[in-house]
Design a protein around this ligand. Sequence first.
Ligand code: NAD
Length: 325
Amino acid sequence: MSDGLLIVSEEVCEKVVDRASAFTAVENVFAAMARGDAYNFPVIREAIGYADALYGFKSGFDKAGKALGVKSGGYWPGNMDKGLTNHQSTVFLFNPDTGQLQALVGGNYLTAVRTAASSSVSIAHLARKDSKVLGMVGAGHQSQFQLRAAAEQRDFEKVVAWNPHPEMLPRLGAVAEELGLPFEAVEREQLGAEADVIITITSAFEPLLKKEWIKPGTHIACMGTDTKGKQEVAAELVASATVFTDEVAQSITIGEAQHAVGSGALAEAAIIPIGAVINGDHAGRSSAEEITLFDGTGVGLQDLAVAAVAARLAEEQGLAGTATL
Ligand code: NAD
C-alpha cells in the first residue's frame, strides 16, 4: 500500500470487492485465527442513550495478512426512515510496522458482504452437499446479501422464508427471483420441516425457532445475534447441535451460544472455531443426520480483511482518494 492515506468510499468498495474476494478474505482470516496468527481485541459496544443507537469498536491484528485496525460504528434503528442504512461504520487501517494511518474505508457495504461471506463459509464447510432448500429467517438489509452469497454454495432449488414483519418479505422474494429460485413465504414450522440450510438474520431478543421444528441434517447459520441479550433460536436447539463459531469468546458472550452456555446446557469447550475445520484440524460435519449450527458473531478481523482487499484493489485500479494528515 502507498505511504499516503487512502480514502476508499462506499461506492468504490461496492465496485472492487465482490462476493468471491470477500469469501476468500473471510475464510483466510478464520483460518489464521484458529492457527493463532490473528486475534481480535475485546469488543466495545454501548447503547449511547441517543437516537436509540448502539455504537462501538471492533479491532484486531492479523499477523499473517498484516492487517491492523479498527471498525468503528454501530446500529441506528431510525436510519431506514431517513433513507439510510441502519448500520453505519468506517474501517481505519494502520501500518503494522509504523502505526501510521493507512486507509479510511467505508464499512457499510463491507459489513454486509463480510457477514454474508461468513455464513457462506459455514455453508461451504458444514452444510450437506445435497442441500436443496434454503430457509431464510429475516428480511432486513443484511438478508439480501446473505441470500445471494448462500445461493452460490449449494444447488438450491427453492427458498422458504419467514420474517416477524411479513411486509418485508417481497423484497427478499425479488432477490430470489433474480437468482432464479422459487420463493415461498411460510410459517416457521414449515420452514424448519423443509429447509436443509437455515440462515437467521434478525434483530430478535427472543427465540424464533424451536428445536422440534428443525429436521436432522440441517445446517443453521445464526447471524443476527451480535449483542448481549439478543437471541434467534431456542437454547435447547443450540445445545443439541454441533456448534461452530467464528470466535468462541464472542460466541459465549454476545453470540447465539450465550444463552445455552449461560444456562449450563452447552459447554464452552464443545464450541468449535470454524477455522479449525478450514485448516483441516476438525472434520466438521460427521453425519448426514447431525445438526450443525454456526454462531456467526461478526469479528473485527473480518472487517479488516475485506477493508484491506478494498484498499489494495482501489489503489491498484486508481479509484482511491488520497490525503495527508
Ligand atoms: P434491519 O434493521 O435491516 O432488519 C432487521 C430484521 O430483524 C428484519 O428482518 C426485522 O423484521 C427483524 N426484527 C426487527 N425487530 C425485531 C424483533 N424485535 N424481533 C425479531 N425480529 C426483529 O437489520 P439488518 O441490517 O438486516 O441486521 C439484522 C441483524 O443482523 C441485526 O441484529 C444486526 O445487529 C445483525 N448483524 C450481525 C452481523 C454479524 O456479523 N453477525 C453483521 C451485521 C448485522
